[in-house]
Design a protein around this ligand. Structure first.
Ligand code: GLU
Length: 346
């Protein structure tokens, strides 16, 4: 009887450890944002300090993640995402590539501010050389707020990163029970929890009570299909965005030329229409060897190729994402024909 109890206990322990050993290894890289934000009152959801809480505290606040994965954390930065720079996203991409090349890392989750969460994930979508899951998450309410959304978003991001079905889908963005593609997800509302959307293309899937359901795949090139490799680079070419509006002045282009930028994204009106002033500025910039890409400030639709208008076109990429692709493209070439092909493919 005693021996029987011993065997049962041993069996349970063994199956317990086997089960635990089967959990994937997920690294959480923290960069700051509201998910790590701290306010002075539980009702404050604006005007607080983003990036105040460290990665270990973020993980400790959601012990449920330990049932889904073996989780470890690293602090890459602790800033509001309006202060992200090409230096930080380059460092992040390199670290993710290093981690994913390790056999004992099955996926990466990155916590980030929401304000530029349409930019960094897209950069990693272009530059990560692995099909293992890379999942960004964020929050709209600081960790100290009533109904903070960060803890559930973190748990759902770790759950998505731990799931075999998430492999090979490109970099993912998970918030508010939705799984979206870095290529399309964008912030659509300054305040609401339900702000991250891909208004025309839709989400890739949903996650409810830990259950993941994928509905779509992204057709654009990404990660293992991407030809871009930034692992040996120390900087990205400078690219600025110039906004099109009534009275947009030509002198902005002079400033861009004087600062030796390598590329300009023109966030044009409508389907990327160019005012007469910007037309003169763009032609001057192109003469100075700057690659100009026209995009749309409308937040939707596509900018078609138009021989009557100067510059290449961004297709469906919004101006911020177009800037990420142009910086990345300029690490390879400044041939306009090839760069237009990149805009068509990625
Ligand atoms: N502006 C900060 C950031 O983007 C806070 C906004 C947020 O994370 O929701 O990091």
């Amino acid at each position: 009887m005693k021996l029987g109890a011993f065997f049962v206990t041993a069996l349970l322990l063994m199956s317990g450890s086997t089960f635990a050993d089967k959990l994937p290894n997920i690294v959480i890289l923290a960069t700051g944002g509201t998910i790590a934000g701290s306010a002075t009152s539980h009702t404050q959801t604006t005007g607080y300090k983003p990036g105040a809480i460290g990665v270990q505290n973020l993980i400790n606040a959601v012990p449920e993640v330990n049932k889904v994965a073996h989780v470890t954390g690293e602090q890459v930065a602790n800033i509001g995402s309006e202060n992200m720079t090409s230096d930080v996203i380059l460092k992040l991409s390199k670290r993710v590539n290093e981690l994913l090349s390790q056999k004992d890392v099955d996926g990466v989750v990155i916590t980030h501010g929401t304000d530029t969460l349409d930019e960094t994930p897209y950069f990693l979508n272009l530059t990560v050389k692995s099909d293992k899951p890379v999942v960004f998450t964020a929050a709209m309410r600081p960790a100290t707020a009533i109904s903070a959304d960060g803890p559930m978003n973190l748990l759902e991001a770790v759950t998505v990163a731990s799931n075999e079905q998430s492999k090979g889908r490109g970099v993912l963005v998970v918030l508010n029970d939705k799984i979206g593609a870095a290529r399309f997800m964008t912030k659509t509302n300054a305040n609401s929890l339900d702000t991250f959307k891909a208004p025309e293309e839709g989400y890739l899937g949903t996650i409810i009570d830990g259950h993941i359901e994928y509905n779509n795949r992204v057709e654009k090139k990404h990660t293992t299909d991407s030809i871009f490799d930034v692992r040996q680079l120390n900087e990205l070419p400078p690219v600025v965005i110039i906004y099109g509006y009534q009275d947009d002045p030509e002198y902005i282009y002079d400033a861009a030329i004087a600062h030796h930028v390598k590329g300009i994204i023109y966030a044009g009106t409508g389907a990327g229409s160019v005012s007469v002033r910007s037309d003169a500025g763009i032609k001057k910039a192109e003469k100075a060897g700057i690659v100009v890409v026209r995009s749309s400030r409308t937040g939707g639709g596509s900018v078609p190729v138009d021989s009557a208008q100067p510059g290449l076109v961004s297709g469906t990429l919004n101006p911020a994402k177009a800037r990420i692709l142009l910086m990345t493209a300029l690490t390879k070439t400044n041939d306009p024909v090839q760069i237009q092909q990149f805009f068509n493919q990625y």
